[in-house]
Design a protein around this ligand. Structure first.
Ligand code: ADP
Ligand code: MG
Length: 466
């Protein structure tokens, strides 16, 4: 691919991602080469590499393909403008125990771009889109949202720290940035420092190496609000934890607000010192629950509005958002990526966004998020529910207290998996397919006459499909 092709693609990207995103994330990319179908771009920081690959890789690829390049994949290579230690080196410098606690999310935030020239805090850049305004509230995140709002209002510190936890892509970082935006807006004089735990470690290691621990301590003890994202990262990294603990205590003593996020509750972070765990539990601990259908639909509707404004004239069929909310239940990031790709694709090919187009365009994502329930899982859940032994589920006993749960499990296996009756029979201790068929029919009958069975089946189905 020639650089002028990339130039043209960039022009189209400007239209599809908007001016702000373009200036922040697309403009700084330099096309290095296209090799074996892989388009390699160099980016100045690993934060950027992550951000772009998470949020824009799909769109970039769609446009590259549309421009008839041979690219079938994109990669981002970190090439610092100034010499800067790479993330790997930092990890190597850190104390023992790093390998086993590699973070599940990609590495983030090794950049020291101050948002504002006068603000010299070495935090990570804030995403301008991560505001309270853009955060859709639903049952699963209601409490976390309310707590975040409260902290963002300033006022006397009532709980310290605020500890937000939850799975990947449920909005922890979004809420933290929203707090930071809000505080900066309400009280510009406040020193708000937001960084990832990884960045905290990086700065700590750097300070040790450069013998600038005094500056380091002073910096972290002089902020009004400290926000540390993905704190599970420092688990197992002893001296970083130690320093974090002291920083934490110093700030709490001064009644400065601390906001922490992690992928799990404090008590469940392995490799985290007990005294830190208990400190973290002292404030308010709230979790972001996995999204439910309504929240996903709400998020999709909000985002779709934005895209509709960006792509005027694009037709959008009924039921597409409902379909996506139903089918993509993993995390919000995947949901957003899917929607972005859908709009980019539809506008390129100039077609209406229909269910067919959605299935065509998002086949891989839909496939990946297909929830595959196994017969074994069903057997386990059902035996737990009826408090019988798993071995009895598959065994020969025929008493009703065992046979009925077994039939429920067979019924669910028939309806929730793609297994045939003989295959199901085999998994139930080598039973015949007619036995399975009988069991399935029996539950079908009972469902209409016995409301207890109907409730059980419904509840189990929901638990298995969640
Ligand atoms: P986490 O830090 O928990 O892994 P993020 O905060 O990075 O997740 O969220 C992933 C993406 O999903 C972001 O683009 C974010 O804006 C979006 N997102 C998550 N929850 C919501 C929500 N309730 N409303 C709007 N967008 C959301
Ligand atoms: Mg995050």
């Amino acid at each position: 691919m020639k650089n002028e092709t990339w130039g043209r693609v960039k022009q189209q990207l400007l239209e599809s991602v908007g001016r702000n995103n373009y200036a922040n994330w697309i403009e700084p990319l330099a096309l290095k080469k296209v090799d074996n179908g892989v388009a390699v771009f160099s980016v100045p920081t690993s934060f950027m590499a992550n951000w772009v690959s998470r949020n824009f890789a799909d769109t970039i690829l769609t446009h590259l393909k549309a421009a008839n390049t041979s690219a079938s994949r994109v990669e981002f290579l970190v090439e610092p403008l100034r010499p800067q230690p790479a993330a790997e080196q930092v990890v190597a410098l850190a104390p023992k125990g790093d390998a086993k606690t590699a973070p599940s999310e990609p590495k983030v935030a090794i950049s020291a771009v101050a948002e504002d020239a006068k603000e010299e805090l070495p935090g990570a850049p804030l995403d301008p889109r991560f505001t309270f305004e853009n955060f859709v509230v639903g049952k699963p995140n209601e409490l976390a949202h309310a707590a975040a709002r409260r902290v963002a209002e300033g006022g006397p510190v009532t709980f310290n720290p605020l500890f937000l936890y939850g799975g990947v892509g449920l909005g922890k970082t979004h809420l933290m940035h929203a707090i930071a935006h809000e505080i900066r807006e309400r009280s510009p004089e406040k020193r708000v420092l937001y960084l990832s735990a990884e960045q905290f470690m990086y700065r700590f290691v750097q300070a040790l190496r450069d013998r600038q621990m005094i500056d380091f301590k002073q910096l972290f003890r002089s902020v009004d609000v400290l926000m540390v994202d993905d704190v599970q990262f420092i688990a197992g990294k002893d001296s970083t934890q130690e320093e974090f603990f002291h920083t934490f205590n110093a700030l709490v003593d001064q009644h400065k607000q601390i906001i922490i996020s992690a992928d799990r509750a404090p008590g469940e972070i392995q490799g985290l010192e007990d005294r830190i765990k208990s400190r973290l539990q002292c404030g308010l601990v709230v979790d972001l629950h996995p999204t439910d259908y309504e929240l996903r639909l709400g998020i999709l509707q909000t985002k779709a509005e934005v895209y509709r404004a960006q792509y005027p004239g694009l037709q959008f069929a009924e039921g597409v958002l409902e379909f996506l909310a139903h089918r993509i239940s993993t995390n919000v990031r995947v949901l957003e990526g899917a929607l972005m790709r859908l709009f980019a694709f539809a506008s390129l090919v100039g077609r209406e966004i229909t269910l067919d187009l959605t299935q065509e365009c998002l086949a891989d994502i839909l496939k990946a998020s297909e929830r595959k329930v196994t017969v074994e899982e069903i057997q386990r859940k059902v035996s737990e529910h009826y408090a019988i032994r798993l071995s009895d589920m598959i065994g020969p006993k025929r008493v009703r207290s065992i046979a009925r749960p077994r039939q429920v499990a067979m019924y669910l296996a028939k309806h929730l998996t793609a297994r045939s009756l003989p295959e199901i029979g085999r998994r139930f201790g080598g039973r015949d397919h007619t036995t399975v068929m009988h069991g399935v029919r029996r539950i079908e009958e009972l469902k209409s006459t016995d409301s207890q069975i109907a409730d059980d089946v419904e509840m189990l189905r929901r638990a298995l499909e969640a």
